[in-house]
Design a protein around this ligand. Structure first.
Ligand code: T46
Length: 134
């Protein structure tokens, strides 16, 4: 398994649903940054990179999307369609997001501030990097 899912408590009642997330308590890092991806155009994949030093939790808070993961040894295709569930990605995982539903909103909690130098954007460089890390 390349990445595990984290289950959050969903407080559901006649008004609807509320999910609360606290850094360290129910995601395994301090949250320094939040961003979200929405208004996705059909047939476009996003991602195509890995991170050297970044932990993230991906939550599809509305709709659904697929995530392709690759750790250089194995790959996984994961469906995100539950707003009370997060996909925890540690360092050195190649990711691509695809098959977004029209209404998909992918919320991401990140352990570090945005840093373009942390991205590995070429797949060959990713394979070289993880082989050096071994
Ligand atoms: C990841 C996946 C799941 C910023 O200025 N600040 C930010 O915090 C982020 C995340 C992006 N940007 C800028 C950089 C680009 O000009 O937003 C633009 C689009 O970013 P990018 O092409 O990297 O987006 P995705 O969807 O390919 O990847 C994103 C994250 O960048 C990445 O860390 O793991 O979502």
């Amino acid at each position: 398994m390349i990445a595990k899912k984290i289950k959050f408590t969903s407080f559901d009642d006649e008004r609807g649903s509320l999910v609360a997330i606290e850094g360290i308590k129910n995601v395994p890092f301090e949250i320094k940054r939040i961003y979200y991806i929405s208004k996705n155009k059909k047939n476009f994949r996003r991602g195509f990179h890995a991170h050297k030093n970044l932990k993230q939790v991906l939550i599809c808070v509305n709709g659904s999307c697929m995530v392709h993961l690759d750790n250089g040894f194995e790959t996984e295709e994961i469906l995100l369609n539950n707003s009370a569930e997060g996909l925890y990605l540690e360092n050195n995982i190649w990711r691509e997001m695809y098959n977004f539903s029209d209404d998909a909103v992918l919320l991401v909690l990140a352990s570090e501030y945005y840093d373009e130098s942390d991205y590995i954007r070429k797949y060959d460089d990713f394979l070289k990097f993880i082989n050096k890390e071994k």
